[in-house]
Write a protein that binds this ligand. Structure first.
Ligand code: ZN
Length: 399
């Protein structure tokens, strides 16, 4: 039996007035999901345990069968793992976003948590300048992808509170700066970074029009310890994602993290390459998770048209080819489609509603719902509810 899990990051949403009170998933053109759902089990699942913050870190741990209440130590140390940073036990690892902060009427407003989805060629130059200007024996910066980078604070303070920049879009940053004992060190560092970025933009013509104005530190934690995926599920596998966070969870779990050229985590990603890599990986392994980030990113942009595009692409370029290729290549297989959390366009950040899932088994028709479509509403009406999201993968693997 081969198991393929499609993680449609942030796909679930809320009804949108301009769409006639439909969600982007309802408004999207999804013939392949609709074909699959007629033979699949459908339900809703919660990947964000009560009291935890909704996000891809907690959500992806849960999807892979790890109870976040037990294993989550912070977002950034997971990403650090993915880019090969060897954290010491007392290192505190921060996510260092390149962001756009603009002064409007005397207020510093968080305009974009991604500095306009900054390109790697630009972010590389900025990270190099930041290294020169702010690194020392205590603080080190590591280059990630696009706007997502890492700061490691050797023997850093442990009781600092931070806020995710995508949670404060269009808000005054002043009350969201790092706070608590020792946080002044981080605020100083962010100020130095602002000066260094401004100077660089004045010096390099290519960077002048870049949206990047600042760095934003958040998502900190110490190195987590996960038991190996194979030891808990008795099955090995691989993971395909453009996003360091998801790759990091894969590495910590002992999964094969497959690299795909042109995987961007956005609408322009190499869908074909990702699908082909997933299908090929199943020649050796029995499980593969393919992670699609564009529904989440477009939700953060608050752009329902782009989000519909992301879901159309998911259906047309991922689900459709996967059904065809699996059918041709493997005798018995199961497909699960699920999301880690909703990213409603109206909020431009993650929310806490339970998310739809489907489980297809090539051997049987396990339709439990009588519905024709895979949507938030249909899944809610199916009557199947999984409160502990980390249990879902165990039931997927049950024959
Ligand atoms: Zn996510």
């Amino acid at each position: 039996m081969k198991f393929l899990l499609i993680q449609a990051d942030g796909m679930p949403d809320r009804p949108i007035k301009e769409l006639g009170n439909r969600t982007p998933l309802e408004a999207a053109n999804t013939p392949n999901l609709d074909k699959l759902i007629k033979l699949s089990k459908m339900g809703i699942v919660n990947h964000i345990p009560k009291g935890m913050k909704s996000g891809s870190d907690v959500g992806n741990l849960s999807i892979l069968g790890y109870n976040p209440e037990k294993f989550f130590t912070g977002r950034s140390p997971i990403e650090a793992e993915s880019i090969g940073i060897n954290l010491e036990p007392n290192d505190i690892c921060y996510r260092c976003n390149l962001v756009t902060i603009k002064n409007k009427n005397g207020k510093e407003i968080m305009e974009d948590h991604s500095a306009g989805h900054i390109k790697n060629t630009i972010s590389k130059q900025i990270i190099e300048a930041l290294r020169e200007n702010i690194e020392n024996d205590e603080f080190k910066i590591y280059e990630g992808v696009s706007y997502r980078h890492i700061l490691v604070w050797k023997n850093g303070m442990t009781e600092i509170e931070t806020t995710a920049p995508h949670d404060i879009l269009d808000k005054n940053i002043i009350q969201y700066l790092p706070s608590g004992p020792g946080s002044v060190r981080l605020r100083d560092l962010m100020r130095q970074a602002k000066v260094a970025i401004k100077k660089l933009k004045n010096e390099v013509p290519e960077l002048k029009s870049s949206d990047c104005s600042d760095v934003w530190l958040w998502g900190q934690g110490k190195k987590p310890k996960l038991p190996k995926f194979k030891s808990i599920h008795k099955i090995g596998g691989s993971i395909i994602s453009a996003v360091d966070l998801v790759k990091g969870i894969g590495k910590l779990a002992g999964l094969n993290v497959l690299e795909v050229d042109g995987a961007t985590g956005y609408l322009d990603t190499n869908y074909k390459g990702k699908v082909e890599a997933a299908i090929k990986s199943l020649e050796n392994d029995d499980f593969c998770m393919i992670h699609i980030e564009a529904p989440d990113e477009t939700g953060h942009e608050g752009d329902y048209k782009k989000k519909i595009q992301a879901i159309n692409d998911l259906d047309n370029k991922v689900v459709g080819p996967i059904i065809d290729l699996m059918e041709n290549k493997y005798d018995e297989y199961k497909i699960c489609v699920v999301s880690d959390h909703p990213t409603p366009c109206e909020l431009r950040t993650h929310s806490y509603e339970y998310v739809p899932f489907l489980i297809f088994d090539s051997r049987l028709n396990n339709n439990n719902h009588g519905k024709e479509v895979f949507t938030e509403k249909a899944a809610n009406e199916s009557g199947i509810v999984e409160h502990s999201g980390h249990e879902l993968l165990f039931s997927f693997f049950q024959s």
